[in-house]
Design a binder for this molecule. Structure first.
Ligand code: KG4
Ligand code: ZN
Length: 321
């Protein structure tokens, strides 16, 4: 029964976790707050901060799990900021080499895709997974480990990117999603009329929505920031949940799972919970970037007898389907 230590450093969280047959034994996340001053993640600063923290974060994950060493090591191999990815990836390889353990290179998106299984161990294939983060927005049909089909994806901005851009227009701090989410709770979702773009198939488009918000902010009928946030959030949530319901009708699959940083959004969680779909909505810590989801995929890959050679490369771009 594999006990997997995983490292995740693809963006601005330095994370390590241990997962075994009993579930999550430890899950440590160090969030870098140095980027707020720049209004976005600075890749070089992120990589250096990972180098500083990774040793302590791994030591803490092992000590909280109560084990001296795991039976396999996994690390995020991409997609992400490549200099940042390489820190956890090289550190994980070094541990596997030193301990003479199998190494697994894990796709970050696959982590988000399968993380809901950690929340709900009864979540069984096949299911639909909506992954919404700062870099990705897509609906996948999940048939089994490594068997994913994209049913729809964004044709321009990711949902989290749209949140971050709207936040910036309103002068809110980075990352913008949580700030817009908080303000939205105080506003009227019907205050500003905004489009619900429907590009082809089951795809998403958020760039026109962002432009509509900008035009409204420049207009003479400008409503309060809270009203703007509430209206923007209602439009994003309508698009996401609407498409997921269409995907469910298309495929006949009623089991759906939610993942990625934007899955922390209160409006989205509430709308999905009352959509009538059989939804697994993981706790926020499992939706935003974490190492437990990477350990989970690493463990499933080990159970399937898989591992990677130590010369496996990290990739800035790595599609999973
Ligand atoms: O998955 P994630 O932690 O990192 C990536 O892999 O991209 O997602 C980060 C994104 C950011 O765009 C952030 O603004 C957004 O998730 N986000 C939110 C919320 N919390 C984080 N967006 C909307 N509402 C939230 N509560
Ligand atoms: Zn992510």
């Amino acid at each position: 029964m594999p006990c997997v230590l995983a490292l995740e450093t693809s963006c601005d969280e330095t994370a390590a976790a241990v997962v075994d047959a009993s579930g999550i034994r430890s899950d440590v996340t160090w969030s870098q707050d140095v980027h707020a001053a720049y209004g976005g993640v600075v890749p070089e600063i992120a990589a250096r901060a990972h180098v500083e923290k990774i040793g302590a974060v791994v030591a803490q994950a092992l000590s909280e799990a109560g084990i001296p060493r795991p039976s396999a090591v996994a690390a995020t191999g991409g997609p992400g900021l490549i200099g940042a990815v390489l820190v956890g990836f090289a550190f994980g390889k070094a541990l596997a080499l030193g301990w003479e353990l199998p190494f697994v290179a894990v796709n970050h998106l696959e982590g988000h895709l399968l993380a809901p299984m950690l929340e709900d161990p009864s979540l069984a294939y096949p299911f639909l997974s909506l992954v919404v983060s700062g870099g990705h927005t897509a609906i996948y049909q999940v048939e089994g480990l490594g068997r994913y089909t994209v049913l729809g994806r964004t044709v321009d901005d990711a949902a989290g990117e749209a949140y971050d851009k709207v936040a910036r227009m309103l002068g809110l701090p980075y990352p913008g999603g949580p700030a817009v989410d908080r303000l939205a709770a105080e506003g009227d979702p019907h205050a500003v009329e905004l489009p619900r773009p429907r590009p082809g198939h089951l795809d998403f488009s958020f760039s026109g929505l962002k432009t509509a918000v900008r035009s409204h902010l420049l207009s003479s009928r400008r409503r309060s920031d809270a009203d703007v946030c509430a209206s923007f959030q209602a439009a994003v949530v309508d698009c996401l949940v609407g498409r997921l319901m269409e995907a469910s009708r298309h495929t006949g699959l009623r089991r759906v799972a939610l993942g990625g940083g934007v899955a922390a959004n209160r409006g989205l969680r509430e709308a999905l919970a009352s959509s009538g779909l059989q939804a697994t909505i993981p706790r926020v810590g499992l939706c935003t970037d974490n190492a437990a989801m990477i350990a989970h995929v690493g463990r499933l890959r080990r159970l399937a007898g898989q591992s990677d050679a130590l010369d496996v490369e990290a990739r800035a771009s790595w599609p999973i389907a």
